[in-house]
Design a protein around this ligand. Structure first.
Ligand code: SAH
Ligand code: SF4
Length: 428
């Protein structure tokens, strides 16, 4: 989501004559787009600001900006830590950037943070996409779920869906420009359309509409909230040939009591049933997840359930993190239940070890199978050109084929599996 926001910010800046440079020493304007999902990412943002602040002492004309979730969370108090900052703008203020930029160019110090997002047609603004093959389209912003550990509802606000017509128009433009993959983005994409009071506006129907667009391209969507995945969505994924058979469904914990403490609206059993339903429908599907180690009060037995879930569900890949207390959140206030850093990181290490084991096992299941892949980039190794591609189910596949290039779809027969990727050869 942040990367997508950055592409939108870069697009607006280019409209003002700003050009992206490769060496930040040449910059007139430096903006850091921040994430506050864990303390580590917020700390990194402040340390980067510190580096730029030092630079401003010898180059007083440079302008420094901070945006994203840390800006939304810390607001004007950022000035106390970093008085040299010229521009602070929140997650809801990106589309006000045209006026904000003019103000800082006139020497003003600006802090623009609101809790009420301006709803606008995002297609009125230019986007400077980083990639030439994959393009992101945010379809819903914000979150209403209030998981007890998570700061997102406080930094990104309540759920707001974009109009389907606007999304379809953006998708048409993307395809016209030659992109081969569209990823629909949202904190909880399954909630798409619920704020419109129109039962026909759903993620499933949006997929059906996008699937009708002409051209050779494929569609992904992230992130799905486990208990919000409807049968209609699963039907739509099956019906739509352009939609990838891939689901990212964060489980967070394999223990029902911890899930309740996290305010996740499903039990371990319900999550297992969802995975089973999806695996029964799509034989080569990949299911990935997120897990948190060391949630406040988590016992060793409860953590063990998480390790077991990863293994029993044969998850294809999981993002893992040690619990990090966040401002405003319920869990952040459970200080008497906090586990020591030592316990959290020891559990995280075991979780990562299990993840590697399970990923390798799941990759090995694809040896001997043929997967349809999209070439995303190429690298040279020992005088050979290696094509780096991604299968429909999101697995990374490396192979050699002189007849193919970045942006091509092709079939690859898998002949080797490693923990994080597959190797194969073109089929004839
Ligand atoms: N909307 C998605 C997740 C978005 S946040 C969902 O509901 O699943 C991305 C991931 O960051 C989460 O899945 C969670 O695993 C992790 N995360 C969020 N808050 C965290 C915290 N306080 N400490 C550690 N990890 C956290
Ligand atoms: Fe955070 Fe939960 Fe919303 Fe995901 S669903 S963004 S974890 S509050």
């Amino acid at each position: 989501m942040n990367k997508s926001d950055s592409e939108r910010i870069a697009g607006i800046l280019s409209h003002f004559g700003y050009e992206e440079i490769t060496d930040e020493k040449d910059a007139d304007l430096l903006i850091i787009n921040t994430c506050s999902i864990r303390q580590l990412s917020a700390d990194k943002a402040y340390s980067q600001l510190g580096v730029w602040g030092k630079r401003k002492k010898t180059h007083p004309d440079i302008k420094i900006g901070i945006c994203g979730c840390v800006a939304q969370q810390d607001k004007a108090s950022i000035r106390k830590r970093a008085p040299y900052v010229d521009l602070i703008f929140g997650t809801h203020n990106i589309y006000e950037l045209p006026t904000l930029i003019k103000r800082i160019e006139n020497g003003e110090k600006v802090c623009a943070i609101t809790n009420n997002p301006v709803i606008c047609n995002q297609n009125d603004f230019k986007i400077q996409r980083k990639d030439s093959v994959n393009a992101w389209i945010p379809i819903i912003e914000g979150c209403n779920n209030f998981c007890t550990y998570c700061v997102v509802p406080f930094t990104r606000g309540r759920e707001r869906s974009r109009r389907p017509e606007e999304i379809i128009e953006e998708a048409k433009n993307i395809i016209k420009q030659g992109f081969k993959e569209i990823t629909l983005l949202g904190q909880n994409v399954d909630s798409y359309g619920k704020d419109f009071n129109d039962k026909n506006i759903t993620l499933a129907n949006l997929l059906r509409e996008l699937n009708k667009l002409e051209g050779e391209f494929r569609i992904r969507f992230v992130t799905s909230y486990p208990s919000d995945i409807t049968d209609d969505l699963i039907d739509a994924v099956e019906e739509c040939s352009k939609v990838c058979k891939y689901f990212h469904i964060p489980m967070q914990s394999g223990n029902s009591h911890i899930l309740e403490e996290m305010n996740r609206h499903y039990t371990k059993q319900q999550y297992y049933e969802i995975v089973k339903k999806i695996r029964n429908r799509f034989p080569d599907v990949a299911i990935t997840s997120d897990f948190i180690a060391g949630f406040p009060g988590e016992t060793e037995e409860e953590f063990q359930d998480t390790l077991d879930a990863m293994e029993e569900l044969e998850l294809d890949y999981s993002n893992t993190a040690a619990y990090s207390p966040r401002a405003f959140t319920k869990a952040g206030k459970m200080t008497d239940k906090f586990l020591s850093e030592e316990v959290k990181y020891e559990r995280l290490n075991r979780l990562n070890e299990k993840n590697r084991e399970v990923c390798l096992k799941s990759n090995e299941k694809f040896v001997g199978k043929t997967l349809k892949v999209l070439v995303e980039s190429k690298t040279e190794k020992d005088g050979k050109i290696i094509l780096n591609s991604r299968a429909d189910n999101n697995k990374i596949v490396h192979f050699e084929d002189e007849t193919k290039d970045v942006g091509d779809f092709t079939n690859v027969k898998i002949n080797k599996a490693q923990t994080w990727c597959l190797y194969g050869e073109p089929t004839v």
